[in-house]
Design a protein around this ligand. Sequence first.
Ligand code: TPP
Ligand code: SF4
Length: 350
Amino acid sequence: MTYVRSKFRHPMLPKNDLGYTVDYYEGSLSTLCAGCGHDSISAAIAQACFELSIEPHKVAKLSGIGCSSKTPAYFLSNSHGFNSVHGRMPSVATGANLANRDLIYLGVSGDGDTASIGMGQFVHVIRRNLNMVYIVMNNGCYGLTKGQDSATADVGSKNKAGSINLFETIDLASLAIELGATFVAQSFSGDKDQLIPLIKAGMSHPGFAFINVISPCVTFNNNAGSTKSYDYVREHIEATAAFDFVPIMKEIKTNYEEGSVESLKMHDGSFIQLHKLAKDWNPLDRVSAINAVQNAKAKSEILTGLLYLNNDSQDLHELLQTSGRPLNTLNKSELCPGSEILEDINASFR
Ligand SMILES: Cc1ncc(C[n+]2csc(CCOP(=O)(O)OP(=O)(O)O)c2C)c(N)n1
Ligand code: SF4
């Protein structure tokens, strides 16, 4: 692994609508193990933001603790970033989002960070439908602390030390759908053609967009017997549907066979194009989404793609009917209703 990165970029590198090349969306040089799935996800995030022509300073990256939670250092170096306490990223994201609704919130977590110490925070940020993208880089182990089994390790899978996991796995995608998440997707770190459109769609979704990405840990969980290794995942992956994400500003491409495409309009006016591979697949149907994930699991398959989308998503700001302007831009006279109104409010509690 080299610790020197050339600053030279080809002068003909394509530019996005803002005039930036993709390197403007990169971060500092990764210190993760060579071949770690998390690095591929970081690259997909950078590419998605480049393709959406997002101003990096309009993005806030947040994470907990773990190899996965280190990755915000490796993408979007021109964005805001907050590396929080283990499992506590959702609270920090909630506070930041309530103070400034105008940023795009991108949370990155690990399966340990989310499904163990952060589980309480995870379930409540889903219930609140906080407007953010929440990516779990799921390798079934605690990579940073030397590969102990996490709560997403499959029962019966073997870790590098040779011990078999005795405990039932927590399926984060099923849990998210069950808890009312309004956008739930699943993918694989090595499948950028699927992952980049999913991230773009998640960023355009007005509510909590959860993306569970299987991301093999090459150092501690890539052995025979692991169900999160590159080989296992490649052999057991099944896509619900392949799709393109088309922002509303761009012409909508319809070069797919008629009848094989399902066009889903997002709240911000953009569309997701679903290539229906599974005949009866309907991502708008919550019950069939839960059944499909569970049926795949029963066959030891990992279902990938956009699993569930609620087109009537109302995010936390809408639910709480907060000010349309970010709170951090309101001045004292706008925030304080005045002593007479405060007196009335106090009187109503007496
Ligand atoms: C409060 C607290 N408890 C435990 C730890 C030790 N710790 C650091 S990272 C980690 C788990 C990381 O696993 P995961 O979130 O799956 O990320 P990965 O490293 O696999 O990407 C643990 C237990 C800690 N940093 N803080
Ligand atoms: S220990 Fe595993 S998760 Fe951590 S950087 Fe290395 S390969 Fe990635």
